[in-house]
Design a protein around this ligand. Structure first.
Ligand code: LAC
Ligand code: ZN
Length: 476
């Protein structure tokens, strides 16, 4: 229970309408997109300016109230919602950055624009397209996920092979420290060597070092010609070889996504139509996209070589959308398949490409041992698989098995979703104690009272999330 004085101070800072205390109003901010992680906030606070963010942080710091920063609430690891009840000593607020909107100062020559932290990925794309350019980032949650959240998690998505992760897109940043001081710059100078680089420091810090309020973002060319192909391969090894060939041969290659046969069948059932290709068990379907100022279709077909026989290629926007649905709507299909039951248990991992086949085998065995249904898909060029376990009996054992194997294979326990609270118990698998100690020291220096997102990115007991009835994800 928060001291009532805090709520009235917060109301004075951001206005009554932007401090949500009723259970119904808070609910959509208290459970994350996975449906597995949930907690209680004394209030959801929605500041509309950087100054208001600073005020909110000062009030919370003085009162000893924890702050959970939240963007579009499309996170899957419990990092943007309050900690589970009973796991923290202090009350917490959710600081929603959704009202920090607005795109400004688009510069087509520098190929940059400035966006508030609450701008969605789709809004960033639209603002870029309005000046004849595009955003370098894209993923299925584009309509809800925000720039601030993408920075906090170093989000990736489908265009990473061409343009890099969110880290590569942030040319400048503005953020508020736990004591209310504002740091960073939105100048966006591509070259600047005047000390610590705040975009680098804060990207991927999951709301533990500061609250990001705005960013200077990179733009990329808007390609007039886009071609999409859905291709079946007989094995993951073959898929990896093909991806390497496409990367070497095609300057226009934009994305290579991988869909395992079980995921393809599930999404096909959900869409009410079979996929145009059928990979064998142990094989994979790849969704390949090329984009260029000249039509890349013939180059793509040539690069596909023999495999072009077992593929569907589309240039028409509607036909492309039909193929893309087999990738973009898998999550929706899984949610429907598990509706009314326990939400799927998800792991986001990556390994060096040469180890991908082995990772897939480990994941299949772990799921078979548990008796659950495994739906795997992801971003092939980064060796990044999303492993989704439907009806898992023992998620902790699955996680321990898969994440240990990932570490042994030289991979990472989180490729793009972050650590949140879900993976803190396994951070030691990929970070040495010297490394974790140094990170804790940086955190303590910037936030000595420890109010920013406690429990996230810091070792705690396993948090596998509740096994309860899922609530429909609600995004403001
Ligand atoms: C995707 C999200 C789950 O790739 O990262 O669809
Ligand atoms: Zn992904």
């Amino acid at each position: 229970v928060a001291p009532p004085a805090v709520v009235s101070d917060l109301r004075s800072a951001v206005g009554d309408a932007h401090v949500l205390v009723d259970e119904d109003a808070r609910a959509g901010y208290e459970t994350d997109w996975s449906g597995r992680y949930t907690g209680r906030a004394v209030a959801v606070v929605r500041p509309g300016t950087t100054h208001e963010v600073a005020e909110v942080l000062r009030i919370c710091r003085t009162a000893g109230v924890d702050v959970v920063p939240q963007g579009g609430n499309t996170g899957l690891v419990g990092g943007g919602v309050p900690r589970p009840e009973g796991s923290t000593e202090r009350p917490a607020i959710v600081l929603s950055t959704r009202r920090l909107g607005g795109v400004s100062a688009a510069d087509p020559d520098a190929m940059q624009l400035t966006a508030g932290a609450g701008v969605t990925i789709a809004e960033w794309q639209a603002a870029a397209r309005a000046v004849g350019l595009d955003a370098p980032l894209d993923f299925a949650a584009r309509d809800s996920a925000t720039v601030g959240g993408a920075i906090a998690t170093n989000a990736g998505g489908s265009r990473v092979l061409r343009f890099g992760t969110m880290r590569s897109q942030v040319a400048g940043i503005e953020a508020v420290l736990a004591d209310g001081r504002v740091v960073g710059s939105l100048a966006g100078l591509p070259k600047e060597t005047a000390g610590l680089h705040w975009p680098s420091v804060l990207t991927g810090s999951e709301g533990t070092l500061a609250v990001v309020t705005a960013a200077r973002l990179r733009l990329v060319p808007r390609f007039e010609h886009v071609v999409t192909a859905l291709v079946a391969t007989a094995s993951i090894g073959e898929a990896v070889d093909l991806t390497g060939r496409l990367r070497r041969q095609l300057g226009s290659l934009d994305s290579v996504e991988i869909i395992d046969p079980a995921a393809l069948a599930l999404v096909g059932g959900h869409l009410g139509r079979a996929a145009p290709v059928t990979p064998p068990p142990g094989g994979a379907a790849l969704l390949v996209e090329c984009a260029g100022h000249v039509d890349p279709t013939s180059d793509l077909v040539a690069a596909l070589g023999d495999i072009a026989g077992d593929s569907a290629v589309a240039v028409d926007p509607l036909q492309r959308a039909h193929l893309i649905a087999f990738r973009d709507r898998i999550t929706e299909a899984m949610n429907q398949a598990s509706a009314g039951g326990v939400p799927p248990f998800k792991l986001d991992v990556a390994v060096p490409l040469g180890a991908l086949e082995e990772l897939a085998a480990v994941a299949r065995r772990a799921a078979a041992d548990d008796g659950c249904r495994l739906i795997a898909f992801g971003h092939l060029a980064e060796g990044n698989l999303h492993l989704n376990h439907l009806g898992a009996r023992d998620p902790a054992t699955i996680a321990a098995t898969v994440l240990s194997a990932v570490a042994d294979l030289g991979g990472t326990i989180s490729a793009e979703h972050g650590i949140g609270i879900a993976k803190t118990p396994w951070l030691h698998l990929v970070r040495s104690s010297a490394d974790l100690g140094a990170q804790a020291a940086v955190r303590a220096a910037l936030d000595p009272a420890g109010i920013l997102n406690p429990g996230v990115l810091a070792p705690r007991p396993p948090a596998i999330g509740r096994a309860a009835t899922p609530t429909a994800p609600q995004v403001p």
